[in-house]
Design a protein around this ligand. Sequence first.
Ligand SMILES: Nc1ncnc2c1ncn2[C@@H]1O[C@H](COP(=O)(O)OP(=O)(O)O)[C@@H](O)[C@H]1O
Ligand SMILES: [Mg+2]
Length: 292
Amino acid sequence: MKNVFKSQLCLLRQKMSLSQEALAQKLYVSRQSVSKWEHGDAEPDIDKLISLAEILAVDLNFLLSGQQSNEELIIRLQNISKKFKKTVLKDINLSVYGRDRIALLGANGSGKTTIINTIVGLVKPDGGRVRRFFNPSDDLSVMSQENVLIESLKVREHVMLSAQIQRQYSPIFVTEMIKKFNLNEQAQVIISQLSGGQRRKLALLISLLKPSKLLILDEPTVGMDLESIDFFWHYLDHVGGSVITITHDFNQIDKYFTRVILLKNGVIDKDVSVAAIHANNQTIEQWYRINN
Ligand SMILES: Nc1ncnc2c1ncn2[C@@H]1O[C@H](COP(=O)(O)OP(=O)(O)O)[C@@H](O)[C@H]1O
Ligand SMILES: [Mg+2]
């Protein structure tokens, strides 16, 4: 995805009739800093980026890449079937649009991870068609169910490496992200020595290094402590693009998701908007317990 931050900033600031000075005051930075950002001579750190997105009332993706459309089709699964020993997916039809925030729900073994792996391209379906309307190498970020981490690296080394691979590297950015994800104390710790929750946080951090059109999270909060879970949902709320999340953690999800998909017996049994669930005076958890 192209970084169009400097022009977006200029455009959005003017749209809100804010002078560089006025914006600088809101952010507690100098006017010169804002001017440098708009000229592309410097970029704000992640804290300032989040504040900027709040002040300009847009999400981070839109600020960074200018992409924002509800109707944009991101991916379409057509009649997908997949059999391992047993049939897992029978006839999956699913369209995901720009800025959908989807909770993918279903019992253990119902095939949630298999659907994700089909979208990512790790699983080849036996039948049906996957149509991707984005560039998987640039516009897709994934946090898998199993942490895919290089155990022998230190936390900071791993973040640096991942940032370099994703062409997002700068020493300041790496430091900021580690701080942001509360992994400061572990920065020099070898990954094999981290706790389960710390690994999950690191895997999440890595999946959020670059803005993407589609972010896929497979049970992201498993093993995290409550504070990290709070941070997780808050952070995610500032991430643009479409998000598909598999979760069994119902705490807080009502605020975040826009759409819920329930997988059952190899098909999508329900595909409803969260607004419809709420209009029925239910939480997602209550809805899930009744329908699953
Ligand atoms: N690579 C594989 N080889 C064999 N069986 C698999 C493989 N991946 C998944 N399965 C089986 O497919 C079913 C669905 O798995 P999965 O998609 O991981 O479920 P979920 O994520 O909903 O818990 C399970 O019965 C699982 O054992
Ligand atoms: Mg799974």
